[in-house]
Design a protein around this ligand. Sequence first.
Ligand code: SF4
Ligand code: SF4
Ligand code: FES
Length: 247
Amino acid sequence: MAETVTLWVYRGDQHGGEEKPYEVPLMPGMVVLDAVHWIQAHLAPDLAVRWNCKAAHCGSCSAEVNGRPRLLCKTRLDEFVKEGVPVHVRPMKTFPIIKDLVTDVSWNYRVMRQIPPFQPREPAPFTLYQRDVDRVQEFRRCIECFLCQDVCHVLREHHEQEHYFGPRFMARLAELEMHPMDAGDRVGFIRETAGVGWCNITHCCAEVCPEAIEITNNAIIPLKERVADRYWDPIRGLFRRFQKTAP
Ligand code: SF4
Ligand code: SF4
Ligand code: FES
């Protein structure tokens, strides 16, 4: 007889809900999203889950497995079976629930629209160094899964969405600020509106990022340094400004 695994899946909406058990036959290489699809096909056709690529590229299937923010399509079931622990699947806690495993992440898109866009520098710099391209390229890997937003305690526990944009958008701001062809100056915005000061460098966001973006070390800390230079060390701040605008 085929080995089975029991998934405890959250069923509910904004009015409340509970985890319900579903027994699923285990197949080689199965990921949590496969099991959720099996449940939809055989036991609960009204189970809501958001997904698209099933290849860890689109960032749609974000949820929490055993309390950790994860992509359902990148989370192998055998790791839990091997450990003999039950599998609990819940929606992301930081965002309002719509139904079952689907949350409303639209706040993130409203935040994105507030960020001043790329401003091309005229004339273009004479030399574009590979190391500058590589630095920005890391942030371009973001698939907007918002798992980092989900885990960040400033948003998750303290609900400071009014004051802090969260790690995904610190990465976006770093991408723009460090871009060698960008002439924008967002340092005041990063401090006042995006609220970089709310981050206390716990590194949790980087730990859950499926694209292994070093959000804290490579985005947030450099942004904090730029803010500190501008506001607390005006001479270094002027030097950085000159570096950015020099032809
Ligand atoms: S390092 Fe900062 S942004 Fe990342 S989870 Fe911690 S507080 Fe949030
Ligand atoms: S930075 Fe990483 S965890 Fe955050 S949204 Fe982008 S890919 Fe997802
Ligand atoms: S379905 Fe696209 S990332 Fe999981």
